[in-house]
Write a protein that binds this ligand. Sequence first.
Ligand code: ADP
Ligand code: MG
Length: 326
Amino acid sequence: MGEFDLIARYFQRPQRPYTGAVRLGVGDDCALLQPAPGTQLAISSDMLVEGRHFFADVDPATLGHKALTVNLSDLAACGARPLAFTLALSLPQADEAWLAAFARGLFALADAHDCQLIGGDTTRGPLNICITIFGEVPVTESGSRALLRSGARPGDELWVSGTLGDARLALEALQGRRQLPPAALQAARARLEQPTPRVALGLALRGVASAALDVSDGLLGDLGHILRASACGARIDTARAAPLLATQGVALGDNERLSLVLAGGDDYELLFTAPASHAEAVVAAGLASSTPVTRIGRIEAEPGLRLVDAAGRPVTGRYASFDHFA
Ligand code: ADP
Ligand code: MG
């Protein structure tokens, strides 16, 4: 099977009528994308590398799902509506069973978000998947309505969606660094391999949240990005954060649990801030998008990050986030 057969068979789907933003998809030198009047494009790329981001023997359908999830999650964090994506794929060989399963996982999620594959590139090489995604956000006279990292203000409350730490728990088990009962492994593994991009929540938080990002490298490290961009500090109530690990039936010490939640990574949940007066609107956004949201702390003027227990006493410990070049 040659390169063009491969593209035609697995990645070129029947052209849909030219409605919406996608005016031309796979097959020409460029795709054509036309954002609606009064909107701007939100664009993000994420690369998944074998051995770095996934195991060589991972189920290709879940890999297709995850490759798109990490990109949809970036749009969610900006409050952008998904439009389309491109796929740059480097493959060691044209394994048809692998390609069929990968495409199935990819398109199931793409269709669920009405996000079309509009182009890409295909070459032979080490397995590497790079998706660039395009979304749209309204822009008004007062500016873009995108949720940015820079909008947090002292007094804002700090919120997070869903659950945290389960992906890391699964990773440690798959690496043989931890033993998990079968049911716990299955639950945690689903969070690692098939995370849910919080697109609906991101859209519902426009005009409600003051700052947002998606948690990919660990809660504390990612929160650091908001704090730097917004030039403020924060306090996290560890008694509210620790229960966010969803996996049941695992014996964990308090510090171990907290470490998974605060520094786990690969969660793809939204971490966001909102003025205290918007608390009800945040809860409503969670309900409207069927996404759990939990308030875990507060933004403060004093720089730095403080962890406190339920009584407000400082909690000590080192909780490092993931850094590819650390
Ligand atoms: P070019 O040589 O102009 O870069 P290619 O031969 O690489 O074009 O690709 C032909 C068409 O197939 C283009 O429309 C390109 O966007 C699309 N394409 C290539 N690889 C993929 C892929 N993995 N997924 C989707 N579309 C692809
Ligand atoms: Mg090409």
